[in-house]
Design a protein around this ligand. Structure first.
Ligand code: IPE
Ligand code: IPE
Ligand code: MG
Length: 259
């Protein structure tokens, strides 16, 4: 696989199964949508919405840390977002560079480990260098893992993983019959993360937009009309409340889960 995630954090047992019946989701995955519309309704350029969106991401990271969330994964740029006007893509790349430069000290202060998924090489050498440096500097942080999805697509992830396993079979390092769900999970770019417990999408659209397709199989989904720059502590509390009211059955009956 072209881009490798860092090795797993040693937390004793790290299962890809979402954790059952916990009050606080262990892993929260977010599609931060609605930046452009937030700006447009205010008569501003779309890029102003992206700028505000970074502030919301910073705020949510801190809220998750306080709530005891161990993994936060943010969808920042999809493999389809290259289809946007070139000026917007250029602005997003510059914003990515300045965020990587400016946020590292805050991540260090808060003991947050930075992880990146997606093929970020097309953003250029500067981004590659900053990602490498940020990963290295925050590597031993243990309070929370913040994963940023950059040029990420769920189909890209699955395709890469399948290619990696097929290569291993060709090279006789494994056989096709060795492939099971756990091996495929580990070959994904999220192989070092548990599956998300709670998925949040802002911006009113009820779709996944090619986010973590495999990993969201049993995740609790929460959609809100609130546009990303408006997503506040109150909205996050609503998402946590909704999560706590869900009964995660994983195919079992309700009675089986409660006893
Ligand atoms: C999400 O906000 C940020 C990115 C996809 C980079 P949008 O830019 O998609 O905002 P809307 O959906 O157009 O309002
Ligand atoms: C999803 O938002 C991607 C990110 C938030 C990075 P989009 O705005 O790209 O999704 P669609 O195009 O409305 O499905
Ligand atoms: Mg959008």
């Amino acid at each position: 696989m072209g881009v490798k995630a860092p090795p797993p954090i040693d937390r004793g047992e790290l299962s890809t199964e979402p954790t059952k019946n916990r009050l606080v989701p262990r892993h929260v995955a977010v599609v931060m949508d609605g930046n452009g519309r937030w700006a447009q309704v205010r008569g501003k350029a779309r890029i102003q919405g992206h700028r505000r969106g970074v502030e919301t991401a910073r705020q949510l990271t801190s809220l998750c840390g306080r709530a005891g969330v161990e993994y936060l994964t943010l969808f920042a740029f999809s493999s389809e977002n290259w289809k946007r006007p070139p000026e917007e893509v250029r602005f997003l790349t510059r914003l990515l560079i300045s965020s990587l430069e400016n946020e590292i000290s805050r991540l260090q202060e808060n003991q947050i480990r930075l992880n990146v998924i997606g093929d970020f090489r097309p953003f250029g050498q500067k981004v590659e260098e900053l990602v490498a440096r940020a990963r290295e500097q925050t590597f031993s942080n243990t309070a929370m893992t913040l994963t940023i999805a950059l040029n990420y697509g769920g189909r890209w992830d699955l395709t890469n993983a399948v290619r990696e396993l097929a290569t291993a079979c060709e090279e006789r390092r494994m056989t096709a019959s060795d492939i099971d769900e756990s091996i495929l999970s580990q070959a994904l770019s999220t192989g070092n993360l548990p599956d998300p417990d709670l998925f949040i999408r802002t911006g009113g659209e009820i779709r996944l937009s090619n986010f973590l397709l495999w990993q969201l199989a049993y995740t609790e989904l929460f959609f809100t009309d609130s546009l990303w720059p408006d997503f506040s502590e109150e909205h996050f509390e609503q998402a946590l409340d909704a999560y706590q009211r869900r009964q995660r059955r994983f195919g079992q009956t309700g009675d089986q889960v409660t006893t």
